[in-house]
Ligand binder design. Structure first.
Ligand SMILES: [Zn+2]
Ligand SMILES: [Zn+2]
Ligand SMILES: [Zn+2]
Length: 285
């Protein structure tokens, strides 16, 4: 499999839309090299993960055509991961799709479904996924695992146990285990530390690439529902103990915020053994 990181930032991007902080000024000065657009990835050229507001720029930057994308796997409904206004430009006169299958299927949780179903037509449709139930999509085995994201302590339909405490989620956010030809990818955005239930499911399943949420960067936890550098290092240790990773497993930190992002080299120094994602980075495994 080949995973192409199209966008590697959290909701506000780096530089952030309205921000004057040091990290954003540095990113602006570096021009294209310092830019991290909103989160999204492409697997093997046509299998899309998330469809955020920077999908158009990412198409241009990477020489892609989304006409050939027939499956979009959505992690959760946050606007940096799912921009339905952009997605619906696949229909009608906005796009002339003549040489390939018109229909695109968008996979995700119920909240994603609410957003996508409003625009359903012959060009795209929604398919609901359930946690820990594997489905086959274009030759990939896809299993949604539970994300610790969209959480609060007292309200929400979807409970999750995070570090021994019960939380509730406003939607059933997913991270994904994706398997093909004996290779395994864990796409872990957005989430806080992996839950015990996830570790149990992954027990003995050796992962080839693990991509982890690093929104908090060098900061001690600032946003709940995300991880930082220290959490990522801890997850690596625990996945190895769990029999889900070894010295050959590739670990990637991704989904950064300007608040905790010190720069590529600086984060590399803080996170030995991790690749630090940047827009346009491709990892083959
Ligand atoms: Zn996000
Ligand atoms: Zn900033
Ligand atoms: Zn999110």
């Amino acid at each position: 499999m080949k995973l192409l990181y199209l966008g590697t930032a959290a909701a506000e991007g780096i530089p952030a839309l309205f921000c004057e902080c040091e990290a954003c000024q540095k990113a602006r000065a570096l021009s294209a090299k310092g830019v991290h657009t909103r989160s999204g990835a492409m697997l093997d050229g046509t299998f899309k993960i998330d469809f955020g507001p920077d999908s158009y720029k990412q198409m241009l930057d990477n020489g892609l055509s989304y006409a050939y994308v027939h499956s979009v796997l959505v992690t959760h409904s946050h606007e940096d991961h799912l921009d339905v206004d952009e997605l619906q430009l696949r229909r009608g006169t906005f796009a002339q799709i003549t040489t390939t299958e018109k229909l695109m299927t968008v996979y995700g949780n119920e909240r994603v479904g609410e957003k996508v179903r409003r625009h359903e037509c012959e060009y795209f449709r929604f398919q609901l996924l359930r946690p820990f139930e594997t489905v086959q999509i274009e030759g990939y085995g896809v299993t949604p695992l539970e994300a610790v994201h969209c959480i609060s302590k007292d309200s929400g339909l979807y409970p999750v146990i995070h570090e021994g405490t019960q939380y509730f989620r406003s939607e059933e956010a997913f991270i994904y285990l994706i398997e093909k030809d004996g290779k395994r990818l864990l796409y872990g955005h957005d989430t806080a530390k992996l839950t015990q239930k996830n570790f149990d499911f992954l027990k003995g399943k050796r992962l080839d690439l693990v991509s982890l949420d690093c929104t908090n960067g060098f900061l001690e936890t600032k946003w709940v529902g995300h991880m930082g550098a220290k959490d990522n290092l801890l997850m690596k240790e625990r996945l190895i103990v769990n029999g889900s990773a070894d010295e050959k497993t590739i670990f990637v930190a991704n989904h950064f915020s300007h608040n905790g992002y010190p720069g590529q080299k600086e984060l590399e120094a803080l996170m030995p053994g991790f690749l630090i994602a940047y827009d346009g980075m491709e990892v083959e495994f």
